[in-house]
Design a protein around this ligand. Structure first.
Ligand code: SF4
Length: 156
């Protein structure tokens, strides 16, 4: 995404679904599928159109790599995202999270669940640091658990 990233805010929703599909060399239906599965959260304009940010593009690119290079399927990716420790990353008391379905759920990431706890029920997940985590397909253990291979520290 380097050619478009120089002057863009990472999180600004600017790309239509058609542009996203073209950039990733996939069909619009496939982008929709990833969205329907809760893997990406596009911004909705007042007229109901979906817009994606550079961060969404990076996320989708990583998802594509997991599927095409790492042999994962959508269920596996959703389960992996569900392990992201939102209860540690999002501000607020941990006790609020212990009654939240996301604390136990492994079917998908917290932002895709129909019901979440009090701490999140009115939150805009697109603006949350849990959704905004920088995905790096080759360093998933760093993302999920903070574990990093020797010699790779400080490369963020
Ligand atoms: S605000 Fe949304 S993305 Fe953030 S922790 Fe809550 S459910 Fe997850």
């Amino acid at each position: 995404m380097a050619e478009v990233s120089a002057h863009l805010d990472m999180y600004e929703p600017v790309f239509t679904i058609g542009v996203v599909a073209r950039k990733l060399d996939i069909s619009v239906q496939t982008v929709r599928l990833y969205q329907d599965e809760g893997l990406v959260l596009p911004h909705r304009t007042e007229s109901g159109h979906r817009l994606y940010s550079l961060h969404d593009l990076d996320r989708l690119q990583c998802i594509r790599r997991m599927i095409t290079e790492y042999g994962m399927n959508l269920q596996g990716i959703k389960r992996m995202f569900s392990l992201s420790p939102c209860w540690k990353i999002k501000d607020g008391p941990l006790d609020d999270c212990k009654t939240c379905p996301a604390y136990f759920e492994v079917a998908g990431p917290c932002w895709s669940l129909p019901v979440v706890g009090d701490k999140c029920k009115d939150a805009d997940c697109r603006n949350c640091k849990v959704y905004r985590l920088k995905l790096d397909c080759s360093r998933m253990k760093k993302l999920l658990f903070g574990n990093e291979a020797p010699g790779t520290q400080g490369e963020d």
